[in-house]
Design a protein around this ligand. Structure first.
Ligand SMILES: Cc1cc2nc3c(=O)[nH]c(=O)nc-3n(C[C@H](O)[C@H](O)[C@H](O)COP(=O)(O)OP(=O)(O)OC[C@H]3O[C@@H](n4cnc5c(N)ncnc54)[C@H](O)[C@@H]3O)c2cc1C
Length: 557
C-alpha cells in the first residue's frame, strides 16, 4: 500500500483552510496545505476583508447601550435567511449552531487568540422595514458588526501564526502553486487529490497569477478538507447560477469584489465527483460597487458601506421607492435594481454626508484600522474626509463632484454618455427629500431610519450624518456616485452535516471528505439562507473550519 503524504490534506489556504489545518495539527496529526497561489497570497480573501465580525451581546455592544440577546439574533437570522427548501435541513441546523457560537464562545475564543475590536459597533444590514423603529421583518434589529483591530489581516494573524508554528514543528507542510483538479477515490472513499503544479509566480498578493502547468501531482491522506472558497471571481459561473426568476436578469456589467482565485472550479469538480451542491443560486452581491481607481485584481470593484442619508436615484434620476435606502436590505435593493434592468444607480449626497457615511470595504481602504493606528483612527471624528474616500472623490471613475446641482447633473450625464438625466427630475427628487430632512417633524421613512440610527453614540459620531438638506451650501460640494453591481459572496455550496462531512446526492456522508468556509456556504451548504446579517462570513469560515478540522482529526485512525 502507498504511504500517505499526510493524515489530512487541506485544499485552499484561505481563512477556513488555515483554521482547519491549525485544528488538525493541534490534535497532533500531519497536515498538507495545498494552495494554487504563491506563498505571498496566504490567507485568501480574508486578507482583503474589513474584518467585520458578527457578535451577539458583546461587551462592545453593552458599553454603548445596545441590548442584544441570542433570542433576538436567532429571530433576526431566521427572518433574514428565509429558509424555505427541503435542502435547507443542514443549512438551518448550521445557522442555529452558528448563532449559538456568535452569542456564546466565539468572542471569548477569538479574544484569547489575541483578536481585538474597534469599540464603535457598526450597524450593517439594518433591515428594510424598520421605519417605525420597531424590529424589522429582516435585517439586524441592533448593531452587531464588530470591526477587528487590524481588519482582515488582524483576523488571519493568529491562525497564520498557529499554522506556521506547526510547520516549524513538522506537523504542517505547505504546497503552494499546486492546483487541485480532482479527488482521488477508491470504493467510494476519498483518499487524496490530484492536480497540476503551476509555474512559480511572484505576482503580488491578489493579482492574477500564471496558470501555466509545469507538472502533475497525486497526494494521499486519510481525509481531505476542501476549503477552496466561493465563485464570485468567476463571472461565467455567477451568470450560470444567477436566479433570474427571483432577481431578474443578471446585469450586463458586473464588477468583481473578489480576486480571480475565487474561481469555483474545485467546487464544480467535487460536485462532479458525487458531492451534493445546494443553494448555489443564493448569492450575496452588492449594489454599491465602484471601480477601484487603483485596482489589484481584474475588474476590481470596491463596495461602499453606506450610511443611510444619501439619496438613491435610478438612471433617470427618480428616487428609489422606500424601503430601498442605503445600507438597509442588500438583496431587496439588488432585486429592485436587476428586475428593473437598471445598468447602474446613483447616490446623490454632499461632502458632509460622505465624510460621515462612506466607509469602503477592504483592508487596504482602511489603513488606520488595518495599521492599528489610534492617531489615524481619531481622524474619523474630525472634519476632514477620510483619505481613501477623498482619493475616490479625486480619482474614482464613478465619482462626480460639483458646486451646483445643475453642474452635477451635467457631469453625471457626461460620465455615462447616455444623457438619461433630466435636470428637472433630479431637482424634484432632491428638493422633495430636502424638504423632509430640513424639518424636525419630517415623516419621510428614510429620515425616520436616520433618526433611529443616531440614537446610538457610535452611529452619531462616525456613521450617520445629522439630518440636513443635501443642497445646504455649507455642506457642499455636491457629489454623485455611479453604483455598479459587484460580485462577492456565494451563500450556497457543498452540503455538509454538523461535522463538516460532505454529503452525496442521497444525503450520505462521502467517507474521507470534509468542506468548510465559503465553498460549503459557510457551513451546511448555505447557513445564511437567502440573505446575510453581515460580518457572518469570516466567522462562518472560522466556525466551519474549526468543526471540519476537529472532526477530520478525530476520524483519523
Ligand atoms: C474586500 C472584501 C471584504 C470582506 N469583508 C468581510 C467582512 O468584513 N466580514 C466578513 O465576515 N466577511 C468579509 N468578506 C468575506 C470573507 O473574507 C470571505 O468570505 C472569506 O475570507 C472566505 O474564506 P475561505 O477560506 O472560505 O475562501 P478563500 O479566502 O477564497 O480561500 C480559498 C483558497 O483556496 C485556494 N484554491 C481555490 N481553488 C483551489 C484549487 N483548485 N487548488 C488549490 N487551491 C485552491 C484559493 O487560491 C484561496 O487561497 C470580505 C471579502 C472581501 C473580498
Amino acid at each position: 500500500m502507498r504511504t500517505l503524504d499526510a493524515d489530512v490534506i487541506v485544499v485552499g489556504a484561505g481563512l477556513a483552510g488555515l483554521v482547519a489545518a491549525a485544528e488538525v495539527a493541534d490534535a497532533g496529526k500531519r497536515v498538507l496545505l495545498v494552495e494554487q497561489e504563491g506563498a505571498q497570497s496566504l490567507g485568501g480573501q480574508a486578507f482583503w476583508s474589513l474584518g467585520g465580525l458578527f457578535f451577539v451581546d458583546s461587551p462592545e455592544q453593552r458599553r454603548i447601550g445596545i441590548r442584544d440577546s441570542r433570542e433576538l439574533a436567532m429571530r433576526d437570522w431566521m427572518a433574514t435567511a428565509g429558509f424555505d427548501r427541503p435542502e435547507d435541513h443542514w443549512p438551518q441546523r448550521w445557522a442555529e449552531a452558528y448563532v449559538d457560537f456568535a452569542a456564546g464562545e466565539k468572542r471569548e475564543w477569538l479574544h484569547a487568540l489575541g483578536l481585538r475590536w474597534f469599540p464603535a459597533v457598526g450597524w450593517a444590514e439594518r433591515g428594510g422595514a424598520s421605519a417605525t423603529g420597531s424590529a424589522s421583518a429582516s435585517g439586524n434589529s441592533v448593531p452587531r458588526f464588530h470591526v477587528t483591530w487590524g481588519t482582515g489581516p488582524g483576523v488571519l494573524e493568529p491562525f497564520v501564526q498557529r499554522v506556521r508554528a506547526h510547520e516549524s514543528a513538522g506537523r504542517v507542510r505547505f504546497l503552494f502553486r499546486h492546483r487541485v483538479r480532482e479527488l482521488s477515490t477508491r470504493n467510494g472513499v476519498v483518499h487524496g487529490v490530484r492536480g497540476d503544479v503551476l509555474e512559480a509566480s511572484n505576482a503580488p498578493r491578489g493579482t492574477s497569477s500564471s496558470r501555466r502547468v509545469v507538472g502533475a501531482f497525486t497526494l494521499g491522506a486519510q481525509a481531505v478538507i476542501v476549503t477552496s472558497g466561493g465563485i464570485g471571481g468567476n463571472h461565467a459561473l455567477v451568470r450560470r447560477y444567477w436566479p433570474a426568476e427571483r432577481l431578474g436578469p443578471a446585469p450586463g456589467f458586473l464588477l468583481s469584489g473578489v480576486p480571480e482565485h475565487v474561481d469555483g472550479l474545485l467546487q464544480q469538480a467535487v460536485n462532479a465527483a458525487g458531492a451534493s451542491l445546494i443553494n448555489i443560486d443564493r448569492m450575496w452581491h452588492y449594489t454599491e460597487g465602484v471601480h477601484n481607481w487603483n485596482p489589484i485584481w481584474p475588474n476590481h470593484g470596491i463596495r461602499i458601506l453606506p450610511g443611510p442619508s444619501s439619496l438613491w436615484l435610478d438612471p433617470a434620476g427618480r428616487r428609489l421607492a422606500f424601503p430601498h435606502i442605503p445600507g438597509a436590505d442588500t438583496l431587496g435593493a439588488l432585486q429592485h435594481i436587476t428586475t428593473n434592468g437598471y445598468p447602474y444607480t446613483w447616490f446623490l449626497l454632499n461632502r458632509a454626508i460622505i465624510k460621515r457615511e462612506f466607509a469602503l470595504s477592504g483592508s487596504e481602504q482602511n489603513p488606520d484600522l488595518t495599521g492599528k493606528s489610534i492617531r489615524l483612527v481619531l481622524r474619523r471624528i474630525g472634519r476632514a474626509v477620510q483619505a481613501p474616500v477623498q482619493a475616490f472623490m479625486d480619482k474614482g471613475a464613478d465619482f462626480v463632484v460639483r458646486r451646483s446641482l445643475r453642474e452635477l447633473v451635467d457631469g453625471m450625464n457626461a460620465l455615462t454618455g447616455a444623457g438619461l438625466l433630466d435636470y428637472a427630475v433630479v431637482e424634484q427628487s432632491v428638493t422633495e427629500r430636502d424638504a423632509q430632512f430640513a424639518n424636525a417633524s419630517g415623516t419621510d421613512p428614510q429620515l425616520t431610519i436616520v433618526r433611529e440610527a443616531r440614537r446610538y453614540i457610535s452611529e452619531r459620531l462616525i456613521r450617520v450624518a445629522k439630518p440636513a438638506p443635501i443642497l445646504e451650501p455649507a455642506d457642499g460640494p455636491l457629489i454623485a456616485v455611479r453604483l455598479n453591481v459587484l460580485t462577492r459572496k456565494s451563500l450556497g455550496g457543498l452540503e455538509t452535516d454538523l461535522d463538516g462531512r460532505v454529503l452525496d446526492a442521497s444525503g450520505q456522508p462521502m467517507p474521507g471528505l470534509y468542506a468548510a468556509g465559503e465553498v460549503a456556504g459557510f457551513g451546511g451548504g448555505g447557513l445564511h439562507g437567502y440573505r446575510a446579517l453581515e460580518g457572518t462570513f469570516l466567522g462562518g469560515c472560522i466556525f466551519s473550519g474549526r468543526i471540519a478540522g476537529r472532526a477530520a482529526a478525530a476520524a483519523i485512525t
